[in-house]
Design a protein around this ligand. Sequence first.
Ligand SMILES: [Zn+2]
Length: 1012
Amino acid sequence: MMREALQVPRSEPRHDRADAIALATRHVLLPAYMRLTRSSTLRHHRRLLASQFLPEERIRAEQWRSLQAMLRFVYDENRFYRRRMDELGVTPDDVRSFEDYARLPPLTKDDLRGSAQELLSHGFDVTRLERKRTGGSTGVPVHLHQDREAVDTKAALRMRHDEWASFFTASKKAALWGDVKPPDTLRRWLTSHLYVRTVYLDTLEMDERRMLEFAERVRRTKTRLLFGHGHSIYFFARFVKDHGIGDLEFDGIISTAEMLPPEERRVVEEVFGDVVFDRYGCEEVGIIASECAEHDGMHVAAEGIYLEILDGTERQPGRVLVTDLLNRATPLLRYDIGDLATTKAGACRCGRGLPRIGGVTGRTSDVLYSADGKQISGISLLDTVTIHIPGFRQVQIVQEALDELTFLIVKDANYTPASLTLLANAVTKYFGPRMRHSVVFVDRVPLQVPVLDLQAEAGRRADAVSRPPASRITDLPMTRRSPSPLRIAAVAALALGAAALAGATEPARAIPTPTLPRTLGAFPGCEGSGCETRGGFHARAGRPTIYRITSLSDAARRCVPARGKATGCSLRDCIEASGPRVCVFAVAGAIHTRGYTVRHPYLTIRGDSAPGMGIQLDADGTQLGGPEKTLLWIRTHDVVVRGLRLRVGVQTREDNHPFLVYPGAPTDDLHHVVIDHCSMSWANDDLGSIWTGPETRAPPAAAPRESVLSFDVFAEGLRKPGTNNSRGPLIGADTPGRTAYADQMVNIDLHHNLFANNDQRNPNLRHASVRVVNNVLLNWGSWGIQLWGGIRADVVSNLGKPGPSTQATRQGFIGVGYVSPTAAARGRQSVYLSGNRFAGGPVLGWDSPILTSDSGPVERRPDPLPPPRTGPPIMPERADDLVGSVLGPGGAGASRRLDCGGRWVTMGVRDAADRRVIGSWDEPPPRFSWPITAADVGGFPRIEPIASRPACPSSSRDNSACACADADGDGIPDYWERAFCGSPTGCDPLTPSVAPPWTNLEAYLSGLAEAP
Ligand SMILES: [Zn+2]
């Protein structure tokens, strides 16, 4: 009764109404064929159309019945499960609830590999079963078997989920897929033309000509459905967009096999509309879950799958265990598939009772390049090529140069030297003879699958947390959260391609060769041109010395390096030394300083390595020295600073600054400076400058360039008594009429910063080439982003929220001022604007009245600045998402630290001053009279001091109240070394053994590998 009542009428999809073949196959040929072959698929399909709308409790009850039946079956008919249950002393009757079931041990991929025969149930003839190969690169393909009834029912489930995305039987489809073989028999030809009906783009060979041909075929055949790997779909959407192909429309796009990261999905939706349906499934069990038209999580195919998410919540992904309720030939019970997913509670607006999951953190991959620039889908390569090579258990591919690949390989027992020959042949076949490759055998592939936790909202930051699934089979190293060289290459190619191919009707020509970065970058996830430095880890500079800072003294302690390490140091010892060097902290608290000057290149300072609340540099009770009155004056290149608070806090007669990147002598050469996750506040001139000018006597060629300020807080600039100037940072040069400086000051990137409670300079930019992307501006006074004379800027997807201090006539947060008529006339002042918006307001256009302007016109550039010469470009997110990624835990400022096991801790790390500033987003301060000293806004926050001794027990990962034990003083805690290298002194800090190609110290400091 119920079932009939809920029966959904099937309507023909719009795109098929005039398609005779689709209708004939769907209504005549397929039913006839199914009867002939005694397939139960259509019967199951009718049943499943109704059952999806049953109440969730009913569906759970049905699942429980299926599960009980499966348990009884495996107990009687399957040696593997019988043995396991006997070992545990349980029978099916002992399992009385889902909770009881959750106590049975999971089935691992190793079980599947090692016990394939034992896992085959009694009474099945393997010759009559469907063979399935485990997905991913599992070396010798492990076959499991599916019985006929399971195969038919799974086909029906897939059919139902396809229809949610408008894919009906025999609808015409376009597919982005790898290694497609043309039909070679009559039967295959008929299947292909009557049923499959798919136009393919082979993702193992994507070049411009093939992509254009594919687009043309899709257009000509009026195909309105698209299917493919997530990243390939994104890549194709970008191609369509960049070529101005405006007439491709899809009714449904199914993204499968890898997850489509949110920022890529937005691009696809921008190009093709709101028609993307993510799908989650695997070769072993078929479809697991997929999106409905509400696009709000994914519905589990619960009639065939029972899904558990261990320790997962809506925000915290947990491990996925899959129970196949259908297949009895090779039963999979609590199968650990190697993915993570979030849960999703509540009912879906579509009315289906099928339970939902949130998102899946599965594998992601990117495009590889052949030496001549052809693009090759990484995931296709793994799934269709390396899987056929015996002897490889896991494979990861790293491409750092166009003509070189590195394969990280975990061997298995079937490995022989012939495996390498097969690999070499595959490389030549797909990448051409010019591609060089090397193979590195490893015990495990690098753990680079970042997972979000509490800072899920905090967004897309890669290095926030990295907690990989242990039984991961394969993944390419790039993830949405840490742009790898490949991602960079892809983006660079797109950017270059877009520039070169602006005329969409031009005949096809090769996509220009992207410039690949030469080094790994400052840290995983670093974005911006300046990221192409490793700071103290700079490979060409030699092995760095690791300075372990154990004193909060401002004076040099004259610690003595020996064998690459120095302990008992102050920060001054590390900063003032020469040669490549890395400063890590075994203390926490405030350092009251006269100021530091960095004169020697290749320096990394990691405040986030400190225990407890971390490190603050301030001028409390000191006399700031030197001509510049600056806490940290950087006069050189290749400097990376993370996780510090820089707060002057006091008045001096001269201007003072938290940091300067500024030449002090004609020989200073300033580039590749990265200041990330730092908090700058309370200085009386500005909150930091990247600056030059004739007064420095440094030649224009030495002007600061190629640098990044990211995830920093710039708050509460001090005003000098008698003035009303409270200022954020200043970027550029004061060179009216002298363009040489401006031409040199390029590729300065400011992204994901918070500018709060400053009267002006949020920031101020002039006579330079600067990208201002994804920053949050809050409660400015007279100026937000100041675009002054001679500036060439990209201002993209920033979010502004005026506050009580914002002047009535200055509500706009992008302002133009002091335009130089000469510069304007020469086209030397220009701005590219895109995606900026007020909190809760519309996206701002050029003509929007909120643009404050003091003077003359500025050229509006239709295109962004050329892509950076080096380093990964910034991947913008939507302005709306910045509340999470910038203000959330782990976002801007000194907002996190590493625990002794390499996990990012984000709770309780922001100090009172930053918490107050960030809290003013929700609760604006009363009208601000800009502070004169720190005391006007509550004084210096207390940073609880922690001494280096006594250290935490070496078995403890918690460093909230003590420094991590570090027996060998190499900056890597004992806890981490024991987990990854077997003993507290087992890891060489500069060898890339745990997460290659990063050195072990970088792997720890980046949260790339997290100890259990
Ligand atoms: Zn739904």
